[in-house]
Design a protein around this ligand. Sequence first.
Ligand code: NAP
Length: 254
Amino acid sequence: METILSSTTLQLRPLHLPSLSSTASPFLTSPLRICRPTKRTTSVQINPSSSILPLKVSATSQAASASTETSTSSSIPSKMKAWVYDEYGGVDVLKFDSSVSVPEIKDDQVLIKVAAAALNPVDFKRRLGKFKATDSPLPTVPGYDVAGVVVKVGSQVKGLKEGDEVYGDIHEKALEGPNQIGSLAEYTAVEEKLLALKPKNIDFAQAAGFPLAIETAYEGLERSGFSAGKSILVLGGAGGVGSLVIQLPWSGHC
Ligand SMILES: NC(=O)c1ccc[n+]([C@@H]2O[C@H](COP(=O)([O-])OP(=O)(O)OC[C@H]3O[C@@H](n4cnc5c(N)ncnc54)[C@H](OP(=O)(O)O)[C@@H]3O)[C@@H](O)[C@H]2O)c1
């Protein structure tokens, strides 16, 4: 049987918990030898030590490791730098704000000092107001994908501790009430279940390039009923999702 998977026509939604759990995910605990971020995934690397230019945008494939020097829970500031918009519209609504409140964590969340974040098509679609009926209230900090270091843990957090290097897609539901503070910030609060330990053999920028795109690729393959012996045509195969759709079956994870 032949399946046609079009990244522009399939209604893809991100996979949820099992695939991004630090204990259950094959992607996040294995070496990821085959799946590499493509140049198309824009990764925003945040250098915690720079006071002049705190955000550096670079292609994932070219980015260097971010500093892992980070705050301890006793040195977390009350305000942070972040990209914010308080109205829907074009790119001009996006403002850099150096006095955004650092989010409080809930019992099941950790606070991450962000080392790198990545942008996906959903970020600009959301900014344009395409999902306003189910969006969280404005102002909001965009960004789904994150990689960074845990600096504080909630009382119910069992599997992560301060100092752990983690990555994930911070919004449990992509379009329904995503967190107000996304990943384009110095700190972001994330449920433990949405994170996994960052593999040692990829840097923060590479790790941030994976979560939402690989969730989407995996779910697309799953929904298409793809399995051994079947063939599949991937349209947009050079893109973030498409390139992972092509590589996942060969990685032994599908
Ligand atoms: N990234 C995610 O996590 C995610 C999640 C859910 C849904 N989606 C959806 O999945 C789709 C792909 O996302 P992405 O992140 O992979 O985007 P992307 O990295 O920009 O890749 C888009 C791909 O589509 C190709 N393309 C664009 N216009 C085309 C056209 N008219 N005809 C044929 N090919 C065309 C591009 O080819 P060129 O290289 O030649 O430009 C590129 O290979 C988008 O519709 C997005 O909204 C993405």
